[in-house]
Design a protein around this ligand. Structure first.
Ligand code: AMP
Length: 401
């Protein structure tokens, strides 16, 4: 069974074609500059590539090009689109409307579009891509949507509510939704398998650390709390996002700088975080390099992230009344040995005994990095959101037969 996975943004359309018989990637790539030009980068499993400028006024032209590249180009991997059993789409915001992977209908696309107010950067482009995809794939090919927020719909009210007047929730749907759910679900399940345990018996803190970062308490396989909130701005300091800030500081700064609500949002989402604190870069590698050269603000940015992660691990251990494992994933979590070590050192009280040797040079590999006699296990678990979307899509399509 072949599944096409789509991750659409406002100007891009990332894709992976997977063979679900062995879960291998047949081809992958990205159509970007949609609406402002057009470009496709495509690679096949046997090393054929396409890298060319195109004309993509809308997502529809990008999908048309994708079909051509997959079926008719020098880097084709299909005889026809009929070989694709289903298409799985990543959707950022499902709110309380969608708590699980769902088959796409016209009504579902409209509901996703209607949620755009809660995720303006993501949901409307998702809806555009879903409609464009429908135009170019055979009518009989099912489309499936997998939501970043769905995994967190198991959070209890006391975890997802804010202390604002209740009408903010009732009228405007303001609450914690949480994000990166597909990743947290994938890695926590993979961790349980690696530990040889049933996930139902585990209390896990899952640290997804990348350009965007979120930390989730996973108890018995369910998200019970997470660091991101109403939007992906909340929680720990990120590449360009500030993370949690006293809301009064936000209104104070907006007034001081004379920024509108939209401009203040941009300030916190695009100009803050590692970039804003260090004044150097949003990228963890640049921050680490500058810190090593003694740059004080780069050192501070790195220390803030490490400190905040420690606090989340401690608080989630408290609310779960225990902790079996901590896992690290995402670009930083998988690759930054020193961050993992800094977070996990001096956590003996919590039952973490770190293994510095096992922690080194793991780049993208599943590995245990705690000592054999550590009460709490610590692992690096590479994430693979596309694979989980493909698995979910396959399972849903097979359940319809
Ligand atoms: P992601 O958003 O998951 O792709 O992660 C991107 C982040 O991972 C960036 O801040 C990168 O600097 C960081 N990253 C990627 N590779 C490494 C590495 N080898 N060492 C440290 N950080 C890395």
């Amino acid at each position: 069974m072949k599944i096409l996975v789509i991750n659409a943004g406002s100007s891009s359309l990332k894709y992976q074609l997977l063979n679900m018989d062995d879960e291998s990637v047949i081809a992958k790539g990205n159509c970007d500059r949609i609406g402002i030009g057009g470009h496709i980068k495509h690679t096949t499993f046997d090393g054929r590539t396409i890298d060319e400028d195109c004309d993509f006024p809308t997502h529809t032209e990008a999908f048309e090009k994708l079909v051509e590249v997959l079926t008719k180009s020098d880097a084709a991997v299909l005889n026809s689109m009929d070989e694709i059993s289903a298409v799985g789409h990543r959707i950022v915001q499902g709110a309380e409307v969608f708590d699980k992977t769902t088959l796409v209908t016209d009504e579902v696309i409209q509901q996703i579009d209607d949620l755009s107010e809660l995720a303006p950067v993501h949901n409307h482009p998702h809806a555009l891509a879903l409609r464009a995809c429908k135009k170019v794939i055979p009518e009989t090919t099912p489309q499936v949507v997998v939501f970043d927020t769905a995994f967190h719909q198991t959070m209890p009210e006391k975890a997802f509510m804010y202390g604002l007047p209740f009408e903010c929730y009732e009228k405007f749907h303001v609450r914690k939704y949480g994000f990166h759910g597909t990743s947290h679900r994938f890695v926590s399940q993979a961790l349980a398998e690696a530990m040889g345990k049933d996930i139902k018996d585990l209390k896990i803190v899952s640290c997804h650390l990348g350009n965007g970062s979120s930390i989730t308490a996973v108890e018995g396989g369910k998200s019970i709390d997470t660091s991101m909130g109403f939007t992906p701005l909340d929680g720990v300091i990120m590449g360009t996002r500030c993370g949690a800030v006293d809301a009064s500081a936000v209104t104070f700064v907006a007034k001081k700088l004379g920024l509108s609500a939209g401009e203040m949002s941009e300030y916190m989402n695009k100009k803050s975080g590692f970039l804003g604190v260090s004044g150097i870069s949003s990228d963890n590698r640049d921050i680490s390099a500058a810190a090593q050269e003694g740059n004080k603000r780069a050192i501070l940015a790195g220390e803030m992230l490490r400190y905040e992660i420690k606090k989340y691990i401690g608080s989630y251990a408290a609310v779960m009344n225990g902790l079996d494992a901590v896992l690290f994933t995402g670009g930083i979590g998988e690759n930054s040995d020193d961050l993992r070590a800094d977070v996990c050192h001096d956590m003996e009280y919590l039952g973490i005994k770190f293994d510095d040797n096992a922690n080194k040079g793991l780049r993208g590999k599943l590995a245990k990095i705690s000592a054999p006699d550590s009460k709490v296990e610590v692992w690096v678990v590479p994430t693979n959101e596309e694979l989980l979307i493909a698995r979910d899509t396959k399972a849903l399509v097979e359940s319809m037969k």
